[in-house]
Design a protein around this ligand. Structure first.
Ligand code: ACO
Length: 216
């Protein structure tokens, strides 16, 4: 059984803990967080992220970065990877993932998600509750497809991009890197890197600096 530390102790971490606890391959040892908070689903918060090297020395070599923000997940993943951690996947029961899907590591696939043939799911990405990602889609690393999104075939979602809750994306569309698609949007044309696009059809309303945007 692999000992796993959960990096993060918020709402997303709670969902990940709930999934990983059902997996007999893993023993969860605790969470880390930037502040001392109460146990999450009875899993203790061991300290802040500075204790990760100590945990690694103690023989805990697997981690899951359970942070919803794509930027912060990227930073903490890079830090934990540098220490030497390997990353497990959190795949809920009651998902439907084709055998031909190429899954990265550190990936979260939430209950009810459907991922169809020959899709590629990048490292540290999130396919959230009830989202569908159809054939030949390519989801970049650190991307987040929020609950209830539907991506038609051959859609590309760039690294670090957030597709907001309930959005629809028509086939063949390319959404760039570190962009945000507002909840309930319909993406019918390509969306560039580093922007926010909202609405039906989705239109760009903001461009932002590489480091300048946040998710919520
Ligand atoms: C399990 C989980 O909980 S996973 C998390 C799921 N959460 C989500 O999917 C959140 C999705 N977030 C959104 O849609 C947000 O509204 C964001 C990210 C698009 C907001 O981005 P911001 O840059 O903060 O935009 P801001 O709030 O300033 O709004 C700018 C304009 O866009 C409009 N707008 C914002 N979001 C949307 C939207 N989803 N659809 C249509 N219009 C929108 C606003 O009304 C505003 O219009 P105005 O200038 O005419 O007043």
């Amino acid at each position: 059984m692999k000992k796993v530390v959960i990096i993060g102790a918020g709402g997303h971490a709670k969902v990940i803990i709930n999934i990983l606890r059902k997996d007999p391959n893993y023993e969860l040892v605790g969470c880390t967080d930037h502040q001392l908070v109460s146990p999450v689903l009875n899993l203790p918060v061991l300290g802040d992220d500075s204790i990760l090297p100590y945990l690694y020395e103690q023989g805990i070599h697997h981690a899951f970065v359970a942070i919803g923000s794509n930027r912060i997940r990227q930073k903490l993943h890079q830090k934990a990877e540098w220490i030497g951690f390997q990353f497990v996947n959190a795949i809920a029961p009651f998902t439907c993932i084709s055998d031909s899907v190429q899954l990265g590591t550190g990936v979260a696939i939430m209950p009810g998600a459907v991922i169809n043939v020959e899709a590629v799911i990048g490292n540290q990405s999130i396919i959230n509750t009830g989202a569908s990602v159809d054939h030949d889609c390519r989801i970049g690393e650190y991307a987040h497809i929020a609950p209830g999104c539907n991506l038609a075939g051959n859609v590309t979602v760039g690294k670090g991009t957030f597709v907001g809750i309930g959005s629809k994306v028509i086939d063949g569309t390319r959404i760039g890197e570190f962009s945000m698609i507002g909840g309930g949007s319909a993406v019918i044309r390509d969306i560039p890197d580093y922007c926010t696009a909202v609405g039906v059809p989705a239109k760009v309303i903001k461009h932002h600096e590489e480091e300048g945007h946040h998710e919520r």
